[in-house]
Design a protein around this ligand. Structure first.
Ligand SMILES: *Cc1c(COP(=O)(O)O)cnc(C)c1O
Length: 374
């Protein structure tokens, strides 16, 4: 009985039901299921939104990362710098290609890849793959400069950061996925821009790289039955593109609303218990895919909220370097203490554009209620 869910996909559909239904019906009636017109149209609109010259629709956010690394030639013997505090999909494709994820410590305040920690692994890596975690851009100036100095590409895992903004030292603004060589986006249903199934995109302003990624996503094809390289089956399907094109029109407004809700939580939770509220450095505008608190009482607060019917979450409880799947890499508890503290203390509160002020008040009252009793 989650009275207030962590995300509410039904509410999002309700708001745009007619337009979405019409868009899906148009694809179905013309049976343009693979690489229909809507795919190219969505790609152009998404590239324009992000500020890149190219966007390539792909099968998922994970596929976006996989194809990007493959197009850059990452393979056996290579290492790729990945933050330790993220969803596993950031690292999996590195392993699929026979390369080794090099788990990097994160920043204590933001949870994003720590540039100082990146320095110590930089001599060995073929690519740098930070994550704009929870929708907040990482320190792109510092991380970008380190990647440039090492002569390796910067790939932005922007799966949680559609439309997040970063202000460069010269005052110009760049959106997530447009700063580095490549941006990787997920349109998993619960993301800020969500499809009705799995979907993703790669953004870049490098035409040759865009062509390679597109070719790899479609069986390495140069024509219907000529295959230049061994590729993958990882295209964005037309029904998803049609849904995404409708929802892209509401993304900026949805992000604005998420920022409003974050501000509401922030003002009402400031100073409560030992809570640490999400940081937002002055040169970054996050899009609050998640609103993540930190507290030493995380497990108790989580149980209390769930009991009260509030869909709180933990993103993420087990750091990648301590995942059973990566045991063979030889990391042990204590290797990345800042990451491990995030995993122990982080808690996500419900946030989505359709969340109401009253619901925020209900969540806040339960959080306050918990800290009055501990
Ligand atoms: C969601 C997500 C992905 C993977 O996206 P899928 O579309 O689910 O494959 C990758 N990285 C991060 C940080 C994510 O949140």
């Amino acid at each position: 009985m989650a009275r207030i869910p962590l995300v509410d996909l039904a509410a999002a559909y309700d708001r745009h039901r007619d337009a979405i239904d019409a868009a899906i019906r148009a694809v179905v009636e013309e049976t343009r299921f693979i690489l229909g017109r809507e795919v190219g149209e969505f790609e152009s609109e998404f590239a324009a939104f992000c500020g890149t010259t190219h966007a390539i629709g792909v099968a998922s956010g994970t596929a976006a990362i996989h194809l990007s690394l493959a197009a850059l030639g990452v393979g056996p013997g290579d290492e790729v710098a990945v933050p330790a505090h993220t969803f596993v999909a950031t690292a999996e494709p590195v392993s699929w290609l026979g390369a080794r994820p090099r788990f990097v410590e994160v920043d204590a305040e933001t949870g994003g890849m720590d540039p100082d920690a990146l320095k110590s692994v930089l001599d060995r890596v073929r690519a740098v793959l930070p994550v704009h975690l929870y929708g907040l851009p990482v320190d792109l100036t510092a991380i970008g400069a380190l990647a440039s100095a090492a002569g390796v590409p910067l790939i932005e895992d922007s799966a949680q950061a559609h439309g997040a903004e970063y202000v460069r030292d010269d005052g110009s603004v760049v959106r997530a996925g447009a700063y580095g060589r490549i941006g990787c986006f997920s349109f998993y249903p619960g993301k800020n821009l969500g499809a009705f199934g799995d979907a993703g995109a790669v953004t870049t302003s490098d035409p040759a790289l865009a062509e390679r990624i597109r070719r790899l996503s479609d069986h390495g094809r140069t024509s219907k039955y000529e295959h230049l390289t061994v590729g993958y089956a990882a295209r964005l399907d037309t029904v998803q593109a049609a849904v995404l094109a409708v929802k892209l029109g509401t993304l900026a407004e949805g992000n604005r609303r998420r920022r409003e809700l974050a501000a509401a939580y922030r003002s009402r939770l400031d100073g409560v218990g030992d809570l640490v509220l999400p940081a937002e450095p002055p040169n970054r505008r996050g899009v609050y895919h998640l609103f993540v608190l930190r507290t030493r009482y995380r497990d108790g607060l989580l149980a209390h909220l769930r009991e009260a019917g509030i869909g709180a979450g933990v993103h993420y409880p087990i750091p990648l370097h301590l995942q059973p799947a990566y045991a063979a890499l030889g990391y042990k508890p204590g290797d990345l203490p800042v990451t491990e503290a995030w995993a122990r203390e982080c808690l996500s509160l419900p946030i989505y554009p359709e969340l109401t002020e009253e619901q925020v008040e209900t969540v806040v009252a339960e959080v306050r209620g918990y800290f009055e009793r501990v």
